[in-house]
Design a protein around this ligand. Structure first.
Ligand SMILES: Nc1ncnc2c1ncn2[C@@H]1O[C@H](COP(=O)(O)OP(=O)(O)OP(=O)(O)O)[C@@H](O)[C@H]1O
Length: 267
């Protein structure tokens, strides 16, 4: 926060307004969520398994639909989006997953170019007819995650950390405004964890991409994020800029037995 600059002075990129999500079987995924995420923020989402972290992330690109309330991305309400609007929303949001979601038997290059598949007709993409510009973009994306020397390597010959970096490069093909990282390092060892988190940080700081990452590790969240939010049983029970965060704060979020206090630790 140099020179008194605050993230909340920036435009709002994602806004939840009284959002509820109830799954068809009655499970509450999200409850009474009010949340603003600012353009260029790096937000870590922490909480116990089942707290609603994935549901929160996946409602932003409409992988999950919310049950009620409003959700805006870049000023536009996205809850009713269909067809072209929904496709454009998803193009503007990159996503990476715990298990990478790459095509194992294809090359790194092919996987990264597949980040552009939705932009081409089916026949062109099935024949691998990508434009020279997109081929160059794939190389640039791989350079950004230090993976360009693996361009022609098959994905199943890479380590987990390398695969996650390829997944980041693939997401970059869309030129996203937002990057959702759903437990990006849960399958990785500590060394590759730092490499992947460093990549996410560089997208955030160098390219200005707003990053939301679900993390199980509070120390990691403290190291990388501008702000930490905590969920418990679908509710937002913690929300602080990193300068105010103390590791002791997390006892409540991570205690299995403590009842939800109705957001007393908000803000
Ligand atoms: N498709 C679904 N149908 C029914 N319930 C679901 C579905 N997906 C998630 N849930 C439930 O919603 C709640 C929130 O799940 P969610 O996956 O968002 O939590 P999480 O914090 O991401 O957990 P984890 O860290 O284990 O991934 C949990 O109780 C979960 O069992």
């Amino acid at each position: 926060m140099k020179g008194g600059f605050k993230m909340s002075d920036r435009p709002v990129m994602i806004e939840f307004d009284d959002v509820q999500k109830v799954y068809p079987n009655g499970t509450v995924g999200l409850k009474d969520i009010d949340l603003k995420i600012y353009d260029g923020e790096f937000v870590a989402v922490v909480g116990l398994s089942g707290a609603g972290k994935s549901t929160l992330l996946r409602s932003i690109n409409r992988m999950h639909d919310v049950t009620s309330g409003n959700l805006k991305v870049d000023g536009q309400s996205i809850v009713g989006y269909k067809g072209k609007d929904l496709r454009n929303l998803r193009r503007s949001i990159g996503m990476i997953f715990q298990d990478f979601n790459l095509v194992d038997r294809a090359s790194v290059r092919r996987n990264v170019l597949s980040g552009k598949v939705g932009y081409y007709s089916t026949w062109k993409s099935s024949l691998g007819l990508f434009s020279a510009e997109d081929k160059q973009r794939a190389i640039n994306s791989l350079k950004r995650v230090n993976m360009v020397e693996k361009l022609y390597t098959r994905v199943d010959e890479l380590s987990g950390g390398q695969q996650q970096r390829v997944a980041i490069a693939r997401a970059l093909m869309q030129d996203p405004k937002i990057m959702l990282a759903d437990e990006p390092i849960a399958s990785l060892d500590p060394l590759t964890t730092n490499a992947v988190m460093d990549d996410l940080l560089s997208l955030n700081k160098d390219l200005g991409i707003t990053v939301l990452a679900n993390l199980h590790s509070v120390p990691l969240a403290m190291k990388y994020a501008d702000r930490i939010i905590g969920l418990r049983a679908g509710q937002l029970v913690y929300d602080k800029p990193i300068a105010e965060v103390s590791e002791d704060d997390f006892a409540e979020i991570y205690s299995e037995s403590h009842p939800v206090t109705g957001g007393a630790v908000h803000g």
